[in-house]
Design a protein around this ligand. Structure first.
Ligand SMILES: O=C(O)CCC(=O)C(=O)O
Ligand SMILES: [Fe+2]
Length: 258
């Protein structure tokens, strides 16, 4: 497969692709209008963010489908066609809304999804952290102190090691507005992904630092995002909206055959 996105691979973990400015400012505004025109009941409130679910209900055993609206298929069809990474059309979109101090806990996407995910970012920038799955970590548990290792106060030691099996290592990706991030392969299967719930986020060493920094907002709009000396920091001053586009292969046409 020779998808259009092969030139956009970033980092050394297979495989992440970062496509800056996948949509234009006009398209971004149109999408945001459509998202905020949806009935309030379409929003589901979680502890640390709100979300809209489009495409149907995802069960462990598959999708009870609902047709995606045309304003979404316009985007999902483009991702499907240009990436050439999905065996059939994307049929599910999760829209997450984050206020500047909101994030998403490190997690792995559910087993119902085909293991390729495409995330379109709108609004405020954010940094997504990837952490190797705990099964790939050495000695991350509390090491019970023996006689020699016992602290003077008698409590057990907690030794946090940061050693990883087979070159696995944590890394981060800068998600600028209008960009598309795709991840699959080991980046999908061996890593958890999450976004910290902090207003400022460091992106020094992000795997797409060069591509992300080309973004005019980081260089021009000091109120939205700025660089402080060597510390590269984004300031999440507004809401971020993301569209997580995925494919559920197993689709149930009939509720009663579940
Ligand atoms: O908002 C994002 O960029 C990530 C969303 C995500 O990981 C998910 O919906 O599973
Ligand atoms: Fe996720």
């Amino acid at each position: 497969m020779e998808g259009k996105f092969n030139n956009f691979v970033v980092g050394d973990v297979p495989t992440l692709m970062y496509i800056p400015n996948f949509v234009t400012v006009d398209e971004e505004n149109q999408l945001l209008n459509n998202i905020y025109e949806a009935p309030v009941s379409k929003w589901k409130s979680l502890k640390n963010r709100r979300l809209q679910n489009w495409g149907g209900v995802v069960h462990e055993k598959g999708l009870l489908p609902q047709e995606l609206p045309s304003w979404l298929t316009k985007i999902t069809r483009r991702i499907y066609e240009e990436s050439e990474l999905f065996p059939s059309a994307i049929n599910h979109v999760l829209i997450n809304e984050y206020h500047p101090n909101q994030g998403i806990m490190p997690h792995q996407d559910g087993p119902a999804y085909f293991p390729v995910v495409a995330i379109l970012s709108l609004g405020s920038p954010a940094v997504m952290d990837f952490t190797p799955h705990s099964k790939l970590r050495f000695g991350s548990n509390t090491l019970k102190g023996d006689a020699e290792n016992r602290r003077c106060d008698g409590r057990d030691f907690k030794i946090e090691t940061h050693e990883w099996i087979d070159n696995h290592h944590p890394f981060s990706v800068l998600l600028m507005p209008r960009s598309l991030l795709i991840f699959k392969d080991n980046a999908y299967s061996d890593y958890l992904h999450g976004i910290k719930d902090s207003v400022t986020q460091q992106h020094a060493g992000a795997v797409n630092e060069t591509q992300g920094m080309m973004h005019q907002e980081l260089n021009e709009k000091a109120d939205q995002a700025m660089r402080t000396g060597d510390l590269k920091v984004i300031h999440r001053t507004t809401t971020r909206i993301s569209l997580t586009c995925r494919l559920v292969l197993k689709v149930h046409r009939n509720l009663f055959k579940f």
